[in-house]
Design a protein around this ligand. Structure first.
Ligand code: ADP
Ligand code: MG
Length: 234
């Protein structure tokens, strides 16, 4: 395949929590129309990387680039407006709002999004039936994950940052998720996925980066990178 245009990039990112260095010189490309995955043990810094890319944590060094522009100092809401949408490892839906209202919030915060964008996102994630009118509180995890994804997609993102989107999903839900994510990439969206489910990563990612202790320690296509991981018994 032809090289894909670079949409989001991290350069030499260093992030700290107090005196603890959680990211230590991380660089990464997130091209349009591709699925880029980040794997690694708990505490490796994967969520911290997401926070720096989404703008919820300011790195102490390094840059975040969007379409070649330096956005390192732009706040999270401005990045969402540019088209950088995210989901959270800990689900972050509004419990008292209905499914459709939650998705509407995403459309309002995003790059573009009117009623049609909301309907499209609801339909994409199978939320356009009666469930659309239910309050988010009390819905099963699989449904809530779809609400979060639909909310992120409703704003017409150019980049989707997904932190453990398969957590708490059953096998059928994971397959359905993989199909949708592949379709989004095929439309040109740049996806960055942090995921524990290595089977999902193997079937989905174009490039995998392995993180450990705040650094990227291996990168490449999944067949190569994930194979050597199993040898390392992680
Ligand atoms: P991962 O997502 O790969 O599991 P994180 O990015 O959440 O890793 O965490 C990386 C490291 O930073 C861990 O050692 C974690 O304990 C630490 N850490 C994460 N968030 C905070 C925080 N808010 N305050 C202090 N340390 C944190
Ligand atoms: Mg994490």
């Amino acid at each position: 395949r032809a090289p894909a245009p670079l949409l989001l990039a991290a350069r030499h990112l260093q992030a700290r929590y107090g005196g603890f260095t959680a990211l230590d010189g991380v660089g990464l490309d997130v091209p349009a129309g591709r699925v880029t995955a980040v794997v690694g043990p708990n505490g490796a810094g994967k969520s911290t990387l997401f926070h720096c890319l989404a703008g919820t944590l300011r790195p102490v060094r390094g840059q975040v680039l969007f379409a070649g522009r330096d956005i390192t100092r732009r706040p999270a809401h401005a990045r969402t407006r540019l088209g950088v949408a995210r989901t959270f490892q800990q689900l972050a839906v509004f419990p008292s709002l209905t499914v459709a209202e939650n998705v509407r919030v995403g459309a309002e915060q995003g790059r573009r999004g009117g009623p049609e964008a909301v309907e499209r996102a609801l339909a994409l994630f199978g939320l356009d039936g009666p469930v659309r009118a239910r309050p988010a509180a009390g819905l099963p995890t699989g449904t809530l994950r779809r609400v979060e994804l639909a909310r992120a997609c409703a704003g017409g993102p150019r980049v989707l940052l997904l932190d453990e989107p398969a957590a708490g999903l059953d096998t059928d839900e994971v397959s359905a998720l993989a199909r949708i994510l592949r379709a989004l990439a095929a439309e040109g969206t740049a996806l960055l996925v942090v995921e524990h489910d290595l089977d999902l990563v193997a079937g989905l990612a174009d490039v995998v980066h392995v993180m450990a202790a705040g650094r990227i320690v291996a990168s490449g296509p999944p067949d190569r990178v994930l194979g050597s991981l199993e040898e390392a018994a992680w």
